[in-house]
Design a protein around this ligand. Structure first.
Ligand code: FAD
Ligand code: DHB
Length: 393
């Protein structure tokens, strides 16, 4: 048995990129079908990013899904950098007149799924073996299997929003493109717990034992990360060991007491910088992690997915509304110009704050000098602030 359907934009992946794209397109009268390999429960439970740039908040407002975000999100006017026994506050509002909002990716995803399922169009959960055909034709097709039945979705365009391990990027002709990659010799161990945060603002700490980050999801839920080595296993990190390590790395400066409690999520993620160019070929367009990865230190991953979606949506609206394909043809170049700047910032923040060289090395002296300079220069603080709050779309 085989089934055939038709839509304007076939979207692969119900992560933040795919869901936001579908929502914005619908508000412009453009139909889509989202094919998602996982279940709704799995997608809604995936704990990831937590910091939204002001531009991302603006896009979620435009998408009409910001009600809960404005009610429960925490507006932050700055962050703190703890290093060399001192804490330096980077005052976003004073330096850039902008802020960021702490609101979990899980919540963004839930809000977008709820809006989608309230009448915008289908999300096909558990779509297996999605395959992309005919991207150089004007009727690309997506094949997939659902509960043992083969389906074909005929589209005008395909949006590859299926993350780093998806099928979209490998469907671009390899000979046409180029990839750029940097791996880092450490990972992040994250812990989520229902305890009050140790500070009102995020603290990024560079400590001789390694990097640590104190973040949060709400006044009663904390998110912490520590730099760990890549060969470490999560089983080697019972909660008590993580809390002890956090106290050591965050504690040498005057940090309020860390409240500890049982973890509700714990995971280790490797750090990677990756860009695949171009982000389009024929009628296939990549957005978000499908095209690029940043190390999480600058809190940019989710925000980059949102700016890609903005550019792609605008281009599709011009195509359907005015028959003008200039923006579609320029999508990759436009998106990449912003992507590369976020890659630079994420790489710089990562290299500034993680420990990967002996304390006596030249590189460690460079880190100290850079941190010293940051502490003494308003110009340097402004550079950090304007990148952290997000460059304009
Ligand atoms: P994704 O969120 O990856 O969504 C892709 C979707 O496509 C998924 O739902 C997936 O199931 C689906 N999919 C994949 N393959 C297929 C297929 N073949 N067929 C159909 N569907 C498919 N960023 C930060 O800023 N801070 C963080 O702390 C942070 N932590 C992270 C931790 C982890 C473990 C990971 C993986 C990422 C983290 N990120 C973080 C990055 C941030 O979460 C991503 O940049 C963001 O999720 C990108 O959204 P996306 O929609 O492009 O991709
Ligand atoms: C969070 C994650 C980040 O990568 C970051 O830079 C800041 C906050 C978080 O999950 O809260």
């Amino acid at each position: 048995m085989a089934a055939q359907e038709r839509t304007q934009v076939g979207i692969i992946g119900a992560g933040p990129a795919g869901l936001l794209l579908a929502r914005l397109l619908k508000l412009h009268g453009i139909d889509s079908v989202i094919l998602e390999a996982r279940t709704r429960d799995y997608v809604e439970a995936r704990v990831r990013a937590g910091v939204l740039e002001q531009g991302t908040v603006g896009l979620l407002e435009e998408a009409g899904v910001a009600e809960r975000l404005h009610r429960d999100g925490l507006v932050h006017n700055g962050v703190e950098i703890a290093a060399n026994g001192q804490r330096l506050r980077i005052d976003f509002r004073a330096l850039t007149d902008k802020t960021v909002t702490v609101y979990g990716q899980t919540e963004v995803t839930r809000d977008l799924i709820a809006a989608r399922l309230a009448g915008d169009g289908p999300i096909v959960w558990k779509a297996a073996d999605v395959a992309i055909h005919g991207i150089e034709s004007d009727r690309p097709r997506l094949g997939y299997r659902l509960a043992g039945v083969e389906h074909t979705l005929i589209c005008d365009f395909v949006a590859g929003c299926d993350g780093f391990h998806g099928v979209s990027r490998p469907s671009l002709p390899a000979a046409l493109g180029q990839t750029f990659e940097r791996t880092y010799p450490f990972g992040w161990l994250g812990i989520l717990a229902d305890v009050p945060p140790c500070s009102d603002e995020l603290i990024y700490a560079s400590h001789p034992r390694g990097f640590a980050l104190a973040s949060m999801r709400s006044p009663t839920r904390s998110r912490y990360y520590i730099q760990c080595s890549l060969d470490e296993k999560i089983e080697e990190w019972p909660d008590a060991r993580i809390w002890d390590e956090l106290k050591l790395r965050l504690g040498s400066e005057p940090v309020p007491d860390i409240t500890t409690g049982p973890s509700i999520e714990k995971s280790i993620a490797p750090l990677r910088s990756f860009v695949s160019t171009p982000m389009q070929h024929g009628r296939l367009f990549l957005t978000g992690d499908a095209a690029h990865i940043v190390p999480p230190t600058g809190a940019k991953g989710l925000n980059l997915a949102a700016s890609d979606v903005h550019y792609l949506c605008r281009a599709l609206v011009a195509h359907y509304g005015k028959g003008n394909d200039d923006l579609l043809n320029g999508y990759s170049n436009t998106a990449l110009a912003r992507v590369w700047k976020a890659e630079r910032f994420s790489w710089w923040m990562t290299m500034l704050l993680h420990r990967l060289h002996p304390e006596t090395s030249f590189e460690a002296q460079m880190q100290r000098a850079e941190l010293d300079y940051l502490a003494s220069s308003q110009a340097a603080q402004t550079v950090l602030a304007e990148n952290y709050v997000g460059l304009p779309f």
